[in-house]
Structures are given as C-alpha cells and as structure tokens.
Ligand binder design. Structure first.
Ligand code: NAD
Length: 273
C-alpha cells in the first residue's frame, strides 16, 4: 500500500483513448498524477501513439494493447479503467494479480458479472467501482432514499438522457437510483416505457432512457402525487465531473490502510447511508 509521499501517483489508465480515458489524462494535474501506463483495446487505431500525439497530455507514455497490462501495473500505484463490459471482465484477473488498487467506472456489466467481479476483488485489492463518479449524482442517489417518507399514492419514475454513442441502457446511475427507490417505495418490477393499453400498476417503477447528441448525462427522478409532485435532477455539464471524481477516488483508494474490498463513490465522498 502507498505511504504518503511527495511524488505523483502513478496511474495505469485502461481505456486511455476513449472519451473518459482521454479526459482523465487531460484533467489529471501533473503535480499529483503521472500516467505511467496507457492501455486501449487490441484493435484500437491509436495503439503506439503517445498521449502527447493524441493531444491528451504532455507525456511520452505510449498507448499499449491489453497484453502489456501486467507489466504496466508493476510500475503503477493505481489502475483506473473506463472500457466496456466485456473488456473490463477480461482484464480483471490481470488487474487483481497486479495487486494495485483499482478504480473502475465501466458500466453495462450484468448483475452476475458484477457479482463475480466483486468476489474476485474482495480480500485481494481495494477497489472503487461506481456507475457515476460525479459527487452531485451520488448525492441524488442518496437523496432518492428519502422518497420513503412520501405517503402511498405517490408514483416514482426515473428518466435518464445520454449521448447517442452510449451502449448500455438504462444507465448505471439510473440503475443505482432505481435500486434506492425500489427499496424506499417497495417496487418489485421495472418497466422501461409504455405503449398501447399499458396502465401503471402500483408495484411498477418506470425507468425511461433517452439517447441523443452529445448529452453528457441527465438523471431526473419524478415523484408524482395526486395533488403535487417533486422533481430531483442532476445534470452533468461535461464529463469532467466524472473524470475528476475518478481521480479523487484514485487518491482515496490508495490511502494507507485501505481494506482490500469494493467501495462505492458514496464511501469516497462520505455519503454512505
Ligand atoms: P469509449 O468507447 O469512448 O472508450 C472505450 C475505451 O476502452 C477505448 O479506449 C478502447 O480502446 C478501450 N478498450 C476497448 N477494449 C479494451 C480492452 N480489451 N482493454 C483495454 N481497453 C479497451 O467509452 P467511454 O465513453 O470512454 O466510456 C467508457 C465506459 O465508462 C462506458 O462503460 C461508460 O458507460 C462508462 N462511463 C462511466 C462514467 C462514470 O462516472 N462511472 C462516466 C462516463 C462513462
């Protein structure tokens, strides 16, 4: 485990050429972070290019294929990974073996894949896994638990909007909100839209996904009562809120004495309910 030191935290960045990876490389202040390794998918056209050539950072670190991951982890203090579900699952054994703390924002893993990943990590390395690294969105997730206080007769619906390139739906954040809301309101089913004769049943939570343009992420929770309604909303102005949250998590998870288990962003920002 890392002890307090004045040298920058060495980050092995997996998914380094992606929207999030590029932004993390760009946003990480040089006095606190060094990108010691950069990994992209096996077919990525930017393999072999330096982060400088990619316009991501003033750094000679080259983008390497996943086969270089084990070696790059050996010269890193932490691994930050934003890839896709399949890549995340296939890189995980190497990351666990590498033994450095792990921060992952990849979404779209099935509940079974998530369960297997958590058990592979527990007892081995400290990890922060979050579907949303922004502090504000985590506050929204925590606040959703308060909907428990509303009387029966209130119906809750969740709407999320993201850019047209997003693969998974609903978003990981919407699923985290849905989990809190279902616990708070006793919902046992989720429906993802309506058409035709489709009246709402009392045990149904609505979760609706919209995809379009460059939207970085909007999550809205509606609590519709018979005579009033409440709206809770988080809107990310840019992906920088996620990048900075992931970097904050990397510093947090490498602190001395962190137990080898899976944490959430709620632990990092002290919002655990
Ligand atoms: P992207 O498609 O722009 O980038 C994917 C990156 O993964 C690329 O660099 C690609 O080369 C790399 N990759 C593919 N296969 C790989 C492999 N086998 N090994 C290593 N790298 C591999 O995606 P993005 O928009 O940057 O999003 C990445 C993930 O992060 C998605 O799951 C997205 O939903 C999620 N995300 C999470 C948050 C959050 O706050 N948790 C925020 C935004 C996006």
């Amino acid at each position: 485990m890392r002890t307090p030191t004045s040298r920058p935290l060495r980050v092995c960045l997996v998914g380094a050429t992606g929207r999030m990876g590029t932004l993390i490389a760009r946003e990480a202040p040089g006095e606190r972070f060094e990108i010691s390794g950069a990994v992209a998918g096996p077919g990525d056209s930017r393999l072999g290019k330096t982060l400088r050539e990619l316009g991501a950072r003033d750094s000679d670190t080259k983008v390497s294929p996943p086969s270089s991951l084990a070696g790059l982890l050996r010269k890193s203090d932490v691994c930050i990974s934003f890839t896709n579900a399949q890549a995340e699952v296939s890189n995980l054994p190497t990351i666990v073996e590498g033994g450095v703390p792990y921060v992952s924002g990849t979404t779209g893993l099935t509940p079974q894949q998530r369960k297997e990943a958590n058990s592979a990590l527990t007892g081995k390395i400290p990890a922060v896994i979050a579907s949303n690294f922004s502090v504000g969105a985590n506050l929204l997730i925590a606040m959703s638990a308060a909907l428990k206080a509303l009387p029966q007769g209130f119906d809750v619906s969740i709407v999320e909007a993201h850019h047209s390139g997003k693969v998974d739906a609903p978003s990981g954040t919407a699923l985290s909100i849905a989990q809190q809301v279902s616990k708070a309101r006793g919902y046992t089913k989720t429906v993802s839209g309506r058409s035709g004769a489709s009246k709402r049943a009392p045990d149904e939570l609505e979760v609706v996904s919209l995809r379009g343009g460059g939207t970085p992420g909007i999550h809205t929770v509606y609590a519709f009562g018979p005579h009033e309604m409440i709206t809770l909303e988080h809107l990310a102005f840019s992906r920088s809120s996620f990048a900075l949250g992931a970097l904050h998590a990397a510093e947090w998870v490498t602190a001395e004495g962190r137990e080898p288990r899976v944490y959430g962003m709620a632990d990092v920002v002290g919002l655990r309910l």
